[in-house]
Write a protein that binds this ligand. Structure first.
Ligand SMILES: Nc1nc2c(ncn2[C@@H]2O[C@H](COP(=O)(O)OP(=O)(O)OP(=O)(O)O)[C@@H](O)[C@H]2O)c(=O)[nH]1
Ligand SMILES: [Mg+2]
Length: 718
């Protein structure tokens, strides 16, 4: 037994059932269809949470619970579930661990679900297909995991499929993701002969019992002789790789001394936590192989809440750190909202600090309001369990907080702070929507508002000129699911317009602007006056408003209305009326009138000051650029490439794989409409492609006029 792994710190409340050290909050993320949901389902089965194996194609899994998910066989919304697991061997042997898992969607339209999940998780499992290796979306989630500095494991799934190749998949991870990837296990057989795994730490083979289709039993035996040489080689490589992170192992290795399994595992753990090493495990979720090894590895190698650096937060304008510690004052982050037909608004909450008891009131620094948490729950497969208290490091669901949005902090009223919220991409596609009947109008707006509350990449707005309601999201499937949910959950039938580009606007240089709203009409007048300084913000940083008023040029109570005015003004930019993003604005001066000043007048002054400054700040129109990967037999390369060039593409990479050419490029979304049909006819149906939003770029001047003109004819503002 390794003592080091068993120490329990004082950060744990004596009352908690499972200490922080033995808690794992894990996300599962990957390319669409890699097998995340199937793997999660197996985890639930082997941990005893469910007693029957669900299948994606039968619509019977726990985490794909929405009707839309079950019908389409894809995950749309991230689902959080809790289970417990005990390793039989290794440094944590015999200790029950709490494993909280979030299964995320792979489809690019639902990337927000991945983003928010990774923000609140401590570790992750990247699932890869043993045939396809690293696919485009796996690169995207990898970057997201890097950004949130999430230690991870790789599960090479679908080892049972024709063409499965474990070594090639590891290589792919190394070359495409730059991961220092090393096998922790080797596969015994592959494709239809995949029958077990070799543990490179213990040097034992685990062979699944073919008479037990659910994969509950496997025999631990000596490594079959034909695999012994390869296993020794790979073990050697693994030791070398982790020796860099552990002096004890390095020394023993150099001196040719024996390394115990526990020592070895603790070294792999250190290496994994450093983010500079990635352990890889082969398996087949569908054929029930390798999942127990994956679970053991989650416990052995992935971080507990206190293994990761403390969370960043802001308190009184200063950056502070929030440590996972039950003894501190409560602080946590709302990362997902869901409307539940039985309990109402359910808020998924990651506890970072303290001990949250049911019934207490928590403070939301954004709304400056305190709300009572009436119920606390943990998600257990299809049902949830009420709990009295939740501790630091837990993921729970809370009920009672009404005025809350994704990314809000809830904290102890005596210790006000704001945890860093997750960031979300801007929508790229928009369309107009209206209820089929007048009677449905009301329900439509209620439904849209609810859905927008749940999903930060779904936005609803009104076109001021036409009065149309505009919805904007991450792709056509995203908006289709929204319409479907409106119909099923809110009983509204809606007509939608053609999909349009969700352009954005921003500024390119600093400028000062002034706004006055003064009315003198007998009786009491109106007086609001603000001066602002506007400048570009870093890409993706959003809008920052800073109050620089000192000495009372404007009384405090009118600052908030000015800020609201600025936000209102930023909804419609001066170039073509699109939302303005990524700017910093400082309120620097202004004046007021003892009698005539009102909140409304200052809000108007805020709008005018913003617009005035924006006009002078080099405003530009931004368009969404997609990352497109096209795979075509080489005889069509010329035609496919020529066509992409007409679509204003910038080629990033060209690669040949057998007789196939893989082209990676950036293409404006505007020129991708209709691509599916065109690429099919150019390649006689043999080319395939995938695309996902990448970033926003300035619309070239020669196209600007044309775009602005079309926009004013067919309003598609979002
Ligand atoms: N042959 C084989 N098929 C698998 C395996 N794991 C999953 N599948 C199948 O692959 C398909 C996709 O599996 P899912 O588990 O839904 O994949 P996912 O990664 O959750 O997909 P999204 O959530 O939509 O991104 C389903 O039809 C599964 O039955 C496997 O190990 N082997
Ligand atoms: Mg899924």
């Amino acid at each position: 037994m390794a003592k080091e792994a068993h120490t329990i710190s004082e950060k744990n409340s004596p009352k908690r059932k499972i200490p922080l050290e033995f808690t794992r909050n894990i996300g599962i993320a990957a390319h669409i269809d890699a097998g995340k949901t199937t793997t999660t389902e197996r985890i639930l089965f082997y941990t005893g949470v469910v007693h029957k194996l669900g299948e994606v194609h039968e619509g019977s899994t726990v985490t794909d619970w929405m009707e839309q998910e079950r019908e389409r066989g894809i995950t749309i919304t991230a689902a959080a579930i809790s289970c417990t697991w005990k390793n039989d061997a290794g440094p944590f042997a015999g200790i029950t661990h709490q494993v909280n898992i979030i299964d995320t969607p792979g489809h690019v339209d639902f990337t927000a679900e991945v983003e928010r999940s990774l923000r609140v998780l401590d570790g992750a499992i990247g699932v890869f297909c043993a045939v396809a290796g690293v696919q485009p979306q796996s690169e995207t989630v990898w970057r997201q995991m890097n950004r949130y500095r999430v230690p991870r494991l790789a599960f090479i799934n679908k080892m049972d499929r024709t063409g499965a190749n474990f070594d090639k998949a590891i290589n792919d991870i190394r070359t495409k993701l730059g991961g220092n990837a090393h096998a922790l296990f080797l596969n015994i057989g592959s494709e239809e002969n995949f029958r077990g795994l070799i543990d490179l730490v213990t040097m034992k083979a685990c062979i699944y019992d073919e008479t037990d289709p659910k994969g509950m039993h496997f025999d631990v035996v000596d490594i079959p002789s034909e695999y012994l040489q390869k296993a020794k080689e790979y073990r050697e490589k693994l030791i070398e790789a982790v020796a860099d992170f552990d002096d004890n192992i390095a020394e023993k290795y150099l001196e040719g001394k024996e390394i115990t399994s526990d020592e070895f595992k603790l070294a792999i753990r250190k290496a994994t936590l450093s983010l500079k090493f990635l352990g890889v495990i082969p398996g087949s979720a569908f054929k029930n192989k390798g999942v127990q090894m994956l679970l053991n590895a989650v416990v052995d190698y992935l971080p507990s809440p206190i293994d990761v650096p403390p969370m960043k937060a802001f308190k009184d304008g200063q950056e502070i750190e929030v440590d996972s510690d039950d003894r501190g004052k409560v602080a946590g982050l709302a990362f997902k909202l869901m409307t539940d037909p039985y309990v109402g608004k359910l808020v998924f909450f990651r506890m970072y600090r303290g001990e949250l008891k049911k019934g207490v009131a928590l403070y939301n620094p954004r709304t400056r309001k305190t709300e009572r948490i009436s119920r606390l729950m943990v998600m257990k497969a299809n049902d949830r369990e009420d709990v009295e208290v939740s501790y630091s490091g837990d993921i729970c669901a809370i009920i009672g907080a009404k005025q809350i949005v994704t990314g809000d902090t809830l904290c102890d009223p005596d210790d006000e702070l704001a945890l860093e919220p997750p960031t979300f991409p801007e929508p790229v596609i928009s369309m107009s929507i209206e209820a089929k009947t007048k009677a449905d109008q009301e329900r439509l707006s209620v439904g849209l508002q609810r859905l927008a509350e749940e999903d930060p990449t779904f936005q609803v707005s009104t076109n001021h000129e036409t009065g149309q309601t505009i919805i904007a999201g991450m792709g056509e499937l995203h908006l289709e699911i929204i319409r479907d949910r409106l119909f099923r959950e809110f009983k509204v039938e809606a007509n939608a317009g053609r999909p349009q580009i969700a352009y954005r606007e921003t500024v390119t240089k600093p400028a000062t602007g002034e706004g006055k709203f003064i009315r003198q009409s007998g009786g009491r007048g109106q007086y609001g006056h603000a001066v602002v300084e506007l400048e570009p913000n870093e890409k993706g940083k959003g809008i920052e408003i800073i109050n620089k008023i000192v000495g009372g040029a404007i009384p405090k109570e009118f600052i908030k209305p000015i800020e609201e005015g600025i936000m209102e003004g930023a909804k419609n930019g001066v170039v073509a009326g699109y939302p303005v993003i990524d700017f910093i604005i400082k309120i620097v001066d202004g004046s007021f009138h003892e009698v005539d000043s009102s909140e409304m007048a200052f809000k108007m002054a805020g709008i005018f000051a913003f617009k005035d400054a924006m006009k002078k700040a080099g405003p530009i129109l931004l368009e969404p650029i997609m990352k497109v990967e096209v795979e075509t037999p080489d005889e069509y390369q010329g035609d496919v490439m020529g066509d992409l060039q007409r679509r204003r593409c910038q080629v990033q990479n060209l690669e040949t794989k057998g007789g196939l050419v893989v082209m990676l490029c950036f293409v404006p979304l505007d020129s991708m409409f209709g691509y599916a049909t065109d690429v099919r006819s150019l390649s006689k149906g043999r080319a395939t492609y995938s695309m996902e939003p990448s970033h926003f770029e300035q619309v070239p001047n020669n196209l600007l006029e044309q775009i602005v003109a079309t926009i004013s004819r067919a309003p598609a503002r979002s």
